[in-house]
Design a protein around this ligand. Structure first.
Ligand SMILES: Cc1ncc(COP(=O)(O)O)c(C=O)c1O
Length: 361
């Protein structure tokens, strides 16, 4: 018996309509028939766990999250394997990061195992929504927020946990391997020491939208951020971590200083570096180093990574000082090889030698 019992949707999406959505899902715009829920109250703790019909929330206008943004979330994917089973990629990492995000936001953490129990129950209820073939998957979005009402600035006294699921294709559209352009918005910062940069909370993203709009005005699809103190070191992108391949065989990525989201994909790629003959190095990386390395060929490849973006080549970086093309603007060989290894593991086409997959169905 699941900790999250199912109360089935009385009027689920008709099978033909669902099949059409799953066949061409886009990214994060369509949602399955159910959602997982639980509620926390001070004194009682977590209760009322269930999987129920996907439906809007009714919120009092004075609900705390609408005013003070006490919220944390996760993003992970469920992958259908050729034998019909469905698997999550390193969900224990998302569960641990959600607990860390909650601690930083002064929110109660879920009870141990509740995130995994909720996604397992939800994916079992909505198994027919898990896409098969291509690079599609079921994107899972667990989140929790302060749902008590009142204007005083205080820690949450009631919290709602929810997990929704969305059949999804490649984040940037196309086949997922076309290079993207990054705009480094050096006039904006995403996170400062002591702030919330390492937490996955909505406020970090709210604060990045003006910079993202600036990136789009400059013809780039993603924004990149530098450090808050010196405005010199690259940190990460609006919704992805960053890696570079150097001409002397290193796979470099900014070290985790507390202002960068510790990506689950990032940590997997660090472990895969040896498989492609590279030495993984986590260290500060100057924006200047990326610019000159792109020009003189000491940076041979650059890519973004994350659950949504998987591994996406970066063809060009730009900022107020000009633009620099990496490797002729084409996807790099190592980038594509790493992407192939990672997706082969996720989709069950290659043995899961690292023990990264957890079976859901
Ligand atoms: C700001 C930011 N950095 C990095 C990542 C990559 O993290 P992960 O690989 O865990 O998806 C994400 C996506 O979740 C993100 O939003």
């Amino acid at each position: 018996m699941s900790r999250f019992p199912l109360f089935p949707h009385p009027h689920p999406t008709p099978a033909d309509e669902r099949a059409a959505i799953v066949a061409d899902p886009g990214f994060g715009t369509r949602f399955t028939d159910h959602m997982a829920l639980a509620t926390w109250t001070a004194g009682t703790g977590w209760a009322d766990r269930r999987v129920t019909a996907y439906a809007p929330f009714t919120l009092d206008p004075a609900t705390a999250v609408l005013h003070y943004a006490q919220e944390a979330f996760e993003g992970l994917k469920a992958f259908a394997h050729p034998d019909g089973s469905v698997w999550a990629f390193r969900p224990e990492r998302n569960e641990a990061r959600l607990a860390d995000s909650c601690a930083r936001m002064g929110l109660p953490r879920l009870d141990e195992g509740d995130m995994l129990a909720s996604i397992t129950a939800l994916v079992n209820a909505d198994r027919a929504w898990v896409p098969t073939g291509g690079e599609a998957s079921l994107y899972l979005r667990p989140f929790l927020f302060a749902s008590n009402t009142g204007m005083s600035v205080q820690a949450a006294t009631e919290v709602t946990y929810c997990c929704i699921a969305s059949p999804s294709g490649p984040y940037f559209g196309g086949d997922g391997v076309q290079p993207v352009d990054i705009w480094f918005a050096t006039d904006y910062i995403r996170a400062a020491p002591g702030g919330t940069g390492a937490a996955k909370c909505g406020g970090n993203y709210a604060g990045s939208m003006a910079a993202q709009l600036e990136a789009e005005r400059h013809g780039c699809s993603q924004v990149g951020f530098v450090d808050a103190v010196e405005r010199r070191y690259v940190e990460e992108l609006g919704g992805m971590n960053l890696f570079a391949v150097t001409s002397d065989g290193q796979l470099i990525t900014p070290n985790l200083t507390g202002t960068i989201l510790p990506g689950v994909t990032r940590s997997a790629i660090l472990e895969l570096a040896g498989d492609v003959g590279l030495t993984a190095v986590e260290r500060p990386i100057e924006l200047r180093e990326l610019r000159s390395g792109a020009d003189d060929g000491t940076i041979t490849e650059l890519f973004a990574c994350g659950t949504a973006a998987v591994i996406t080549p970066i063809g060009r970086i730009a900022d107020l000082d000009g633009e620099h093309v990496i490797a002729g603007g084409r996807p790099g060989e190592i980038t594509l090889t790493l992407r192939g290894i990672l997706t082969d593991i996720q989709y069950g086409r290659r043995p899961d030698a690292h023990g990264w997959l957890t079976r859901l169905v």
